[in-house]
Every structure is written in C-alpha cells, then in structure tokens.
Write a protein that binds this ligand. Structure first.
Ligand SMILES: Nc1ncnc2c1ncn2[C@@H]1O[C@H](COP(=O)(O)OP(=O)(O)O)[C@@H](O)[C@H]1O
Ligand SMILES: [Mg+2]
Length: 326
C-alpha cells in the first residue's frame, strides 16, 4: 500500500540513478522506499535529467511509485507507477539525494540546484552543500587522528618518497568508488612508477597514498551513521583471494559483525559533527582500527546488514525521517 487518505502519511522523494538500473534485492534506496511505503508514506522517484531551476523554483519530473509491486508484465520491474507529474521539490516532506558518483560537474550542478530548493524550504538529505564540501576521500584529513598514514599529492617525487618510507601502500584516485583504480603497491614493484604516472596522469591529478593495512584480510568495514547514530552492525567486506579490494562491486563478500569498541569510538567521534552539517546518511569505511573513507553521496550495505542480523537499517532511516518531518 502506498499513501494514506487520513493525512498521516508523508511524501518522500528519492533522487537516484534511473530506477531501471537499481538492483531491488540489494539496493539501499529501494529498501528505504519499501519501508516508507510499508508505513503508508508516499514514495516518489525524481528523474535527475529533468531537474530544473526556473524563476526561483526547482522542479523535477516525479513518479509516484509502489516499490513493492511486482507488475505482471516485465518480470524485471520491481515497482509500478501510480502517478507522474512535474513537481517543485518544496512539495515533498523530504527529498533524499541518493545518486551514485562520479562526482562530476553534473553532480555539482545537482547540489547547486538542490541547495536552491532547500533555500526555498525543501528538506534535502544529505545536505547538498555538505555533500559538496565532503570529498569522500579527502574528508579524512579532518579526522586524521583516526586515519592511517596518508599522503594526498600529485608530485611524483613526493609520492615516491612516501612509497619508499612506508614500504607497502595503497594508491587510489580521489574521485573513485567501488574500488575503481585502487592499487596495492610495494616499494620494489617494477610497475610502481607507471602506476603513479597513470593514476596522476603524469602529475596532473592528485591522488591518495595510504599505508597498506594488512587487516583488510578481515574486511573493509562499512559503518553506517544515520542522523549521527551508528548502526550497531558493520558490514565487513572481505576481498576475494588474490584481490586487494573488499568492495562488493569488486567481488568482496559482505559479513555483518557487531561494532568493535574502536569502531564505536570512531563512529561516536564523527557522528554528531557530520550530522550537525546535515549529513544524514554516512558510510564510514574502517579497516582494522583505521578510518579510510567517509562516504556521503549514496552509502549502501543496508540490505546485507538487515538480512544477516535482523537489524532493520531502512527502518532506522525512516524513523529518523519521520522525526524530522513531524
Ligand atoms: N589503507 C588501505 N589498506 C589496505 N587496503 C585498502 C586501503 N585503502 C583501501 N583499501 C582497499 O581498497 C578498497 C577500496 O578503498 P576505498 O578507499 O574505500 O575506496 P572506494 O571509494 O573505491 O571504496 C577497500 O575495500 C580495500 O580493500
Ligand atoms: Mg570504500
């Protein structure tokens, strides 16, 4: 059931990648849509290509959907469309920005437009300005006491010095996701200079170099913060044999585990600060005892945590949204 007639239901709009590209069985945004619909709220999907500003009003083509429907035709469809109209973003109780990177110019434009919608009264999560201010890789520098030895640079000699000093490092682009472009490099690797040249485009692009953390073999833990509060279970993404990257997109296996004391220490230290900036859903990546990434664009792993532990992450989000909108 979607929507209510008694006025108690709220209407939530999700700005995501195209609905047809979402994998409903594993997608965190779909999990939130389904939980919202289950509670009788209206669920709307906003089409990014139609987002527009005109005379102070930010609107988008909005489809009201039933995310739990299994239409008889088109077996791949996980939703059915109940309504479709061009709507100002201010007409929703909340707008959830859930688009995946790349954080390119169009992403930036979306945050600018959403910021105008917000100025006109729309409630947008995560806060568009905060998304813009937080590079998922560079934001780590603000919380360096929790990070492993890290260098952000583009100069070949500076990077070479770091690799020699640490002996074994991870090199990664600043705008990647899903493990894309992540290299595990030892100081005596005959390809090390070519890797640095390729990642930095011969010194034109800054990258991150980080101490290689052997604890990655126990997994890259995704710790979710919802309105500043940690989800009590992390999803440890364990790399496949012979693979450096734990990302599920790189074939990693997700195993839910209760937060360790250190995980909780990091979560409690960052949670309130990030939430005060309007970062409603945050995904910290923690390897062993170290923070390695702060994901703010469209953090995932809800479904895997819920399936393995019974702790309903989407419900924690919708609870928090209902409190916000009450
Ligand atoms: N310091 C590190 N030590 C060991 N492995 C790392 C380190 N940083 C990243 N990795 C590996 O690379 C993967 C992706 O890194 P991450 O920084 O989270 O970037 P992405 O945005 O691609 O997820 C991790 O899951 C992990 O397997
Ligand atoms: Mg990551």
């Amino acid at each position: 059931m979607v929507g209510t007639d008694d006025g108690a239901g709220m209407n939530f709009a999700f700005l995501t990648d195209p609905l047809s590209e979402l994998k409903p069985a594993k997608d965190s945004s779909v999990a939130m849509m389904r939980e919202a619909a289950r509670r009788g709220h209206e669920v709307w999907a906003l089409a990014r290509p139609t987002l527009a500003w005109r005379d102070g009003v930010v609107s988008a083509q909005a489809q009201r959907i039933d995310p739990a429907a299994q239409p008889a035709t088109g077996a791949a469809k996980w939703f059915c469309v109940l309504d479709k109209e061009m709507r100002p973003l201010t007409t929703f109780d909340a707008v959830l920005m859930r688009q995946d990177p790349p954080f390119d110019t169009e992403y930036l434009v979306a945050t600018w437009l959403l910021e105008r919608a917000q100025a006109a009264g729309a409630r947008v999560h995560n806060d568009p300005r905060a998304i813009r201010d937080h590079s998922e890789k560079v934001a780590l520098t603000e919380f360096a006491e929790f990070a492993p030895p890290t260098l952000i640079a583009r100069d070949a000699a500076t990077l070479a010095g770091f690799i020699d000093e640490l002996g074994e490092v991870i090199l990664k682009p600043l705008d990647g996701m899903g493990g894309r472009g992540v290299f595990h490099v030892r100081h005596d690797d005959p390809n090390r200079n070519a890797i640095v040249e390729t990642l930095t485009d011969y010194g034109r692009r800054s990258i991150m170099a980080q101490r290689y953390l052997p604890a990655i073999r126990e997994g890259d833990k995704r710790i979710l913060l919802i309105a500043g509060e940690p989800v009590p279970f992390a999803l440890a993404r364990v790399p496949q044999a012979g693979e450096a990257r734990g990302n599920l997109a790189a074939g990693g296996t997700g195993i839910a585990r209760p937060l360790t004391a250190r995980d909780r220490e990091i979560a409690v230290a960052l949670g309130p600060t990030l939430w005060a900036r309007g970062l409603f859903i945050v995904g910290l990546d923690v390897i062993g005892d170290y923070l390695t990434e702060i994901n703010v664009t469209s953090p995932t792993c809800f479904v895997e945590i819920t399936e393995q532990t019974g702790f309903d992450v989407a419900a924690q989000v919708i609870d928090a949204l209902e409190r916000q909108c009450a």
